[in-house]
Design a protein around this ligand. Structure first.
Ligand SMILES: [Zn+2]
Length: 408
């Protein structure tokens, strides 16, 4: 394990990108710079060691992979004008929708894999069960006077550093002109508790027509630069690792020596005697031609997210984002002698419930651990008198309340 980390560090510190002509991602240079700082380097090694333990545990126990985790997002446009705010907020929402689709393998073009997969026996499609949600409440104070309680955590024209402690606890995205052909960069294995960001250039964020100075530019105009950089943030390397002899730490990505560009016919690029997986988000191909993570990559990201999941501040998410009707089905309502709570989205690992009356007195409460083997729970309501009650569901720092009516 130690050896793996040392090898990776050696690569990051000495390996210089050979792809200057069409460079699209500068995460290796970014990490080389960061790792010069001995404190950063020590934290990096510590985190990678914790990740390695979790990764091996998860590889041995794949059934314990995460169920939905809600990730609070903040998006920063440090060089934009406030007059563009409405448009930029929409652009942020557009990018978050893309991330939710790409990470859950529900993107429309995932169907391209149906044909491509025959070229890659042994490669399975991967997804992770995360929900990126724009934070809307309990914003940090004094960061941007134009962010209001209930409004999205989108800063406009406020300086935000690549690592910014004011934004600790968020999944941060910084969008600003990068120049030099760089589309984006991210730390390898980012740390929300420190306020790390994924950084994209102004023409590689979101899809559609965009906003003044923030227009997605072909061929990187489907928001996949962010998918790629977030992959690094969750500890994914490029598919080519560091060449034929240096793997990317993922078993099911074919071992190759370098990136592909443009758009490649699946199976047509051969390196190190393997077909390069040019359909993968962690390659350099055009946005239209990358559309999948592998199962191995998903497991690796899942393990990394497990090691940092307590970093995220879920109290910045509104109750809406954890709305009961998106996660549970409550029926019948009105109810008579019992009420059922069914999981509809595989959304939580652990939860509890509480039923209280309209003056706030708790009537009863209990565990609501619903998982793959138990999909619903019944609450006995036969002792309740007719009337209106509130059912509150708590999961971690999130909670949501729904009105229920008892009618015998
Ligand atoms: Zn990259």
């Amino acid at each position: 394990m130690k050896l793996k980390i040392t090898l990776l560090l050696a690569f990051l510190l000495t390996g210089v990108s050979n792809y200057a002509q069409q460079k699209t991602c500068s995460y290796t240079e970014h990490m080389q710079e960061k790792l010069q700082d001995p404190v950063y380097r020590a934290q990096y090694e510590e985190r990678q060691a914790a990740f390695q333990i979790e990764y091996e545990r998860l590889l041995a126990n794949p059934e314990t992979r995460l169920q939905t985790i809600f990730i609070p997002v903040a998006v920063h446009f440090p060089e934009a004008n406030e007059s563009n705010r409405g448009c930029l907020e929409d652009l942020a929402r557009n990018q978050i929708r893309i991330l939710n689709e790409d990470f859950s393998a529900t993107n429309a073009d995932i169907s391209d894999w149906n044909d491509a997969s025959s070229e890659y026996p042994g490669v399975n499609l991967g997804s992770i069960d995360v929900q990126f949600v724009l934070a809307t409440t309990n914003h940090p104070s004094g960061v941007d006077p134009d962010i209001v309680e209930g409004g999205p955590a989108v800063t406009v024209g406020n300086n935000v550093n690549d690592t910014d402690s004011r934004w600790a606890g968020y999944q941060n995205f910084v969008v600003k002109p990068l120049g030099g052909g760089t589309l984006g960069y991210s730390p390898l294995g980012g740390r929300p508790s420190r306020g790390d960001s994924v950084v994209m250039t102004n023409t590689a964020f979101g899809s559609g027509s965009g906003c003044s100075d923030y227009r997605p530019g072909a061929p990187y105009d489907l928001g996949r630069t962010v998918t790629h950089e977030l992959g690094h943030h969750y500890n994914l390397d490029h598919t080519w690792g560091g060449g034929c002899n240096r793997d990317d730490g993922v078993a099911d990505t074919p071992n190759i020596s370098g990136p592909s560009y443009g758009c490649q016919t699946p199976g047509s690029v051969v390196m190190c005697n393997n077909k390069s997986l040019t359909t993968n988000y962690m390659d350099y191909v055009n946005d239209r031609c990358m559309y999948m993570f592998t199962e191995g990559q998903a497991t690796r990201m899942n393990a990394y997210i497990n090691t940092i999941k307590d970093d995220w501040k879920t109290e910045v998410l509104s109750v809406d984002s954890f709305a009961i009707n998106k996660v549970y089905s409550i029926y019948p309502n009105p109810a008579n002698d019992e009420i059922n709570i069914s999981l509809i989205s595989n959304a939580v690992r652990e939860a509890s419930y509480e039923v209280y009356d309209i003056v706030g007195k708790t009537i009863f409460k209990g565990d609501l651990s619903i998982d793959n083997s138990v999909q619903s729970r019944k609450i006995n309501t036969s002792e309740l008198t007719n009337g209106v009650y509130l059912l509150k569901i708590n999961s971690g720092k999130l909670s949501a309340t729904k009105k229920i009516v008892i009618k015998h």
